[in-house]
Design a protein around this ligand. Sequence first.
Ligand code: SDX
Length: 435
Amino acid sequence: MNDMPNGSVTITLEGTNKSIRAPLVQATVGPPVADIRKLYSDLGIFTFDPGFGMTAACESKITYIDGDQGILLYRGYPIEQLAESSDFIEVSYLLLHGELPTAAQLEEFKKGVTMHTMVHEQIRRFYDGFRRDAHPMAVLCGVVGALSAFYHDTLDITDERQREIAAFRLIAKVPTLAAMAYKYSIGQPFVYPRNDLSYAENFLYMLNAVPAEEYKVNPILAKAMDRILVLHADHEQNASTSTVRLAGSTGANPYACIAAGIAALWGPAHGGANEAVLKMLGEIGKPENIPAFISQVKDKNAHTKLMGFGHRVYKNFDPRAKIMKETCHEVLAELGIKDEPLLDMAMEMERIALSDDYFISRKLYPNVDFYSGIILKAMGIPTSMFTVLFAVARTVGWVSQWKEMIEDPSQRIGRPRQVYTGATSRDYREVAARG
Ligand code: SDX
């Protein structure tokens, strides 16, 4: 924990003379935190914060979000600048190492990733065990976890060099495994990665190439894919990253931790929302049906959410959604797609929602998932691969957060407490004695 205590909060147990001074630990930007680690020993109470909405689980230097201002910084650099001027491999270096690389560092890092893009040939056999119609996220979750069955030389998390190689392997192999999951689902042969392509180009190549003919990656799609990967790379302590940190806090190997993150990301409330947005827009069908859908969303008994809207942290526009929307227009224009009904419908949905008090009062704005699916569909990516793409991008964020946690000297196993409201101690009764 940084040694910048500055002030404190006093917590007093009413009706007693017991109180504690919880030191305030200042952030470099954003709210300070009250260090309440002595709360139980001094006052005999825990805090209660379901969903950890008000709890800082760790200290981190990687990503900062200001939800009220709609600000997102990777290692201090605004996401807008990185999306405009950087690329995914450089952003990966930045997230992992904390600084933008020199030209030499970037070249070496690129080579490190490129030399790890292939997977052990036997891993191909795992895919044969899945049904062809298995969801690619189910496949990815399984095969990433299985990497720990192959790479025994990088399972000692206390060894810095092994951590570094595991990081290269995960960042480099997840796109290969993801593309293999897609190829398997459509009955096409797996396509090996190529060392002469960029990260985004390679991913598109492995998704779309076939052995029967030369495949040239469309530079427009490669640039759009790279920007989408940058936008999804990290997002501080979201559900899947917290899952990776919790799994890693037990000493589990990095491949198992990232597989846990993939599982958590899959949920429709989290990374699965991009796929759910397309499904929602498809079910609504046409713009004239939007008002009826919005009424359904506002009806609590309908249990319907406007997918791609709302966020635990952003109570303003998700800056990624803004960039994604702009990219949407650019990609469609560059692809010569004059009118995309889904985009028209999404924009009309956004217009209606942002003028409706239900959404305004709850500060519900489009998040990163609202427009991403529309671009990906225009790029020819199948809906079932949207969350897989999110996982490909987020792997570097997960690995960076996992590395930061392992290297934090104050790190200890994560173990939340509870407030128990169940039965107090009682004696067992034989079945004959039960009412
Ligand atoms: C991601 O955490 C991250 O950083 C995640 C992420 C990342 O990069 O890792 O940004 C990626 O997961 C983005 C979010 C993608 N999910 C969706 O688009 C699914 C739809 N959104 C909701 O499920 C919801 O907004 C969450 C899960 C994103 C946030 O939920 P919270 O913070 O628990 O908010 P809440 O449920 O407390 O909502 C407050 C109110 C409630 O209404 P009331 O009970 O006050 O009447 O807002 C309502 C909610 O019902 N509400 C919505 C809504 N989201 C919240 N109502 C309609 N549609 C929605 N989408």
